[in-house]
Each structure stands twice: as C-alpha cells, then as structure tokens.
Write a protein that binds this ligand. Sequence first.
Ligand code: THU
Length: 130
Amino acid sequence: MDNDILISYAKKAMGNAYAPYSGFSVGAALLSADGEVFTGCNVENSSFGATICAERCAVLKAVSEGCTSFTKIAIVSSSDDLTYPCGICRQFLSEFMEDGEVILCDSEGNIKEYSLDTLIPFSFTLTKDM
Ligand code: THU
C-alpha cells in the first residue's frame, strides 16, 4: 500500500482523538503483513497516566483481532511539526514489527520515513532461558 494512502487513514483516525486535556490529537494507521489497515487515535483520561497513545491504540485493535505482524505505521498529529512516537510506543511496536517502517507526516504534508530499528535500537526483549 502507498504511504500516502496509509497517511490518509491516519488523518481520518486523528479526527476521533479524545484529547480534552492536552488538545493534542494524534492518528495512526498500521499496515499488517497481509495488507490490512488498523487505525488508532489517542484516548486521554482524567487520570493522565491511563492515557493511550494513537500508536498503541492501533496495535491493540489489531492484536485483539488476531493480527500480530506489521510492516508499516503512519503517524500524524494536530501539531505543525512531525510527531515522533513516544518511547513506550516504540517498544510496543518493536514487539510486532520487525524491520518495520515508520512514516511521519506533518500538517503541511512534509513526510519523513524511518526504520523502527533506527528509532529504537536495542529494544528490550525477554530472553527465553529464564
Ligand atoms: N501521544 C500519542 O498519541 N502518541 C505519541 O507517540 C506521543 C503522544 C498523545 C498522548 C497524549 O494524548 C497527547 O499525545 C499528548 O501527550
């Protein structure tokens, strides 16, 4: 799937952001290895720490539907700048996205692409011999 199309899914999802506390809306669109798109938006909470980022929202929707392998994620926000995924989301994505591509798009349409590995080298993994 073209990055432009994935970005348009992320923009649509951003419209559903629930962000009354920060006023900062984020949208994400995750492409599965078999070509399905799962979208997410940030969902804030009065108990701020309970807030879910858009990226994890998309991953949770996909995994709960039985889909656990992804190739790309597009991320957009209401800010003028590119929005880089937070540390928790980078770690969360690394569980399900080997050699994945992270596509960021700002409100003027400027696009940057990174490999997830560039954004989170040496992500945490549990060793099996515990
Ligand atoms: N947020 C995301 O949705 N994704 C990120 O990677 C960074 C931050 C959201 C969480 C919160 O609702 C708002 O942006 C401000 O931090």
